[in-house]
Structure formats: C-alpha cells, structure tokens
Design a protein around this ligand. Structure first.
Ligand code: 13P
Length: 253
C-alpha cells in the first residue's frame, strides 16, 4: 500500500512572514489528515522559519533543490547536510524549471538524488516531457531517458525511499492539466520502468503527478491506479487551497 504524498512546491514565492502565516493557517486545516504525507517546499531562506512553525505537526519540510557535495567552494549552493540541519525530510531534484531554465542534466540530478539518500534525505525526482516532445510522440522515450539518467546512482536497497514526480512541462503553470487518463498512461509507463529496474520495490515506489493540480481535479487524478500523490505549484500558495488538495480523500468516496 503506497501512502499518498501531497507536496507544495512554492517555487520563488513568499517572504518569511508570508510563509509562517501560511503554516499557521494551514496546520489546523490538515490536522485530521493522517493517511497521507503532506510536504511543504519553501525557498531556502524560509526553511528555518517554516520548520519552526511546523514543529509538533505531521507536515514535513522539503527543499526545492540541493547540491550533491557536502561542503566546499560552491558559491550560491546548499548542501544536503545543511538541509537535514534545518529540518528537511525531502528535497525536490530535477524539476523541469531546473532542467530547462538552468540547464541541469540528468547526470547532475542523479548525483543529487544519491547524495540525498546518503544523507538521510528523501529525493523527489521530477521527470516530464515538453509539448514539442509530446506532439512528436516522444513522451515515453523522453521519460525513459530521464529515468535512466536520473536514477542511475540510486542503490537498489534504497529505491523504496525515492519519490518520482511526473510533471508534463506543458501542464505546469498553464492551467492545462493532463486528463486523468493521459496522466495515468505516463504513470503506468513509469511504474513499468521502476519494476524493471528495481523489481518488486517498483510497486512500492510512489509516483506523484504535477501540473495544474487544483482542489477540483485532485481527487480524479488520485483515483488513478498509478498516481500516488501530487506536486502542486500555483494552487499550493493559498492555505485553504492546498488544504483542500491535502484533504482530497474526504471528497473521493
Ligand atoms: P503548477 O501546479 O503551478 O502547474 O506547478 C506544478 C509544478 O511545477 C510543481 O512542481
């Protein structure tokens, strides 16, 4: 049984006071959610304040990125040990904005994922095709390539701790959500790849969908057999909206 995981990726939004106000408003709204993991990923400077605000709750903290090295001359970067120190449990790696805007390769994503596992952090590894790639019928080839490259350093014994996020680039921030059927088709392909690579562990690994997830479409996405969670951008910026997403099970009976 895969525990659903609903994560908020705030991207480059919110000051410290806005982030803490979110946490204060959000926690009472999700206090009753016990059968899903809820994760907040603020920008780096807000992590410590959000960690303090979340203390004593079940909501977990994530970073939006990490550098694979533990320390050193890497101006502007943040190490996995710094993330554990500030209270993170997860870190997102390979987000399409990092791949496409900042030119990150799957090989670099692979180093980050492996380093997170080595430092007791859980990676959320993002994959997803662009619109051009989908229209050229290359979706599965692109996903396979990204999975091959990004997970190459994950030891078999640690695979169950890795979360995959399928985020079709054409659905991110566009209001154009993949239909549940389109999302499930990609998730099933990813599941097949995970099973081939990690054997039975592939069944236990969680695959989130991301791309214009909203309170009114989350339940039908989560009803798909291979969709185990959501990675939410825009709709995670308001406490009530992300709480409604985190509480989707109340509306999906
Ligand atoms: P939106 O929910 O704003 O489409 O963003 C999705 C995303 O990129 C989450 O990582």
């Amino acid at each position: 049984m895969r525990k659903p995981i609903l994560a908020a990726n705030w991207k480059m939004h919110k000051t410290i006071s806005e982030a803490v106000a979110f946490a204060d408003a959000f926690l009472p709204l999700v206090a009753g959610v016990t059968n899903a993991e809820i994760v907040l990923a603020p920008p780096f400077p807000q992590l410590a304040s959000v960690a303090a605000a979340l203390r004593g709750s079940r909501v977990l903290l994530a970073a939006q990125n990490v550098h694979p090295e533990k320390h050193g001359a890497y101006t502007g970067e943040v190490s996995p040990t710094m993330l554990t120190d500030v209270g993170c449990r997860y870190a997102i790696v390979g987000h399409s904005e990092r791949r496409h805007i900042f030119g990150e390769s799957s090989a670099f994503v692979a180093r980050k994922a492996a380093s997170l596992l080595a430092h007791d952090l859980l990676p959320i590894v993002c994959v997803g095709e662009t619109l051009d790639e989908r229209e050229a019928d290359r979706t599965f080839a692109v996903l396979e390539d990204q999975l091959n490259g990004s997970l190459v350093e994950v030891p078999d014994a640690r695979a169950a701790e890795v979360v995959i996020a399928y985020e079709p680039v054409w659905a991110i921030g566009t209001g154009r959500t993949a239909t549940p059927a389109i999302a499930q088709e990609a998730h099933a392909m990813i599941r097949g790849w995970l099973q081939k690579r990690f054997g039975a562990t592939g069944d236990a690994m969680r695959i989130q969908y991301g791309g214009s997830v909203k309170p009114d479409n989350v339940a039908e996405l989560m009803a798909q057999p291979d969709i185990d969670g959501a990675l939410v951008g825009g709709a995670s910026l308001e406490a009530a909206s992300f709480a409604a997403i985190a509480r989707y099970q109340e509306n999906s009976k």
